[in-house]
Design a protein around this ligand. Sequence first.
Ligand code: NAP
Length: 244
Amino acid sequence: MPDLFSLKGKTILVSGATSGIGRQAAIDLSAAGAILVITGRDEVRLSKTLAELQGEGHIHFIADLLDFDKFTALAENMPILDGMVHAAGITNHLPAKFISATDISDVMRINYMAPVLLTAALLRKKKVAGKASIIFLSSITTKYPYYGGALYGSSKAAIEAYSRVLSIELAAKGIRSNCISPSFVHTPMVDDAGKMISNEVLEKFEKMMPLGFGEPSDVSHAILYLLSDASKWVTGSNMVLGGG
Ligand SMILES: NC(=O)c1ccc[n+]([C@@H]2O[C@H](COP(=O)([O-])OP(=O)(O)OC[C@H]3O[C@@H](n4cnc5c(N)ncnc54)[C@H](OP(=O)(O)O)[C@@H]3O)[C@@H](O)[C@H]2O)c1
């Protein structure tokens, strides 16, 4: 029986590969046989991820994903992709009454516009192979809101809606689109949240989750499944990883 979970021969783009979930995903996908195309803004941290990848032939692009006008050129330089993982993102914890137009723009530009416009550029340049798998990082907060999470949750709800439509539009080519919605995962994003949210509140959140906070590898293993042929009948879905 073939190894349905192997990514051997597949070329996968991972954004946000300098940190947290994107970084762990790149490392684990390379261990499963994939050739990686990794992107990030920080050259030193991106090179560190690159050095940890197994196998050969991996490519890295230094790119600020807010430079939308460079997406066509970026897509032109991409190999044909069998999968992509849009992990780059930011959070912003702000009570609703303090939200400004700049805050909305900051969060929506990287969490929604960047993955949507990059996907569009790659599709237009015919860089997405038939039967490819596209994964967007959403968040459990679209279903289980928290105080101050209006902007972040809205940006993730938007990407979930987009992904469902994409799954319909690309189904004829066998291309799949899915979201993964983790709860709290120990990454720099959550460490930074700790600067704005008290330890007491974070501990309260953790106690509400029977299996506690997750680790980046808990998410990267789900990413591996959705990229592999083992999930070939899964599209338009949103996999919740909530620790119970
Ligand atoms: N951690 C969690 O609890 C959790 C839960 C649910 C969903 N998520 C989602 O999972 C994804 C990854 O989160 P994480 O926890 O791994 O966060 P993280 O450790 O803070 O990593 C975020 C990544 O996004 C990149 N990024 C941010 N702005 C960018 C820009 N303008 N251009 C290019 N790259 C940019 C960062 O690159 P730089 O190194 O250049 O800053 C970094 O690689 C995010 O979409 C997040 O919303 C996380």
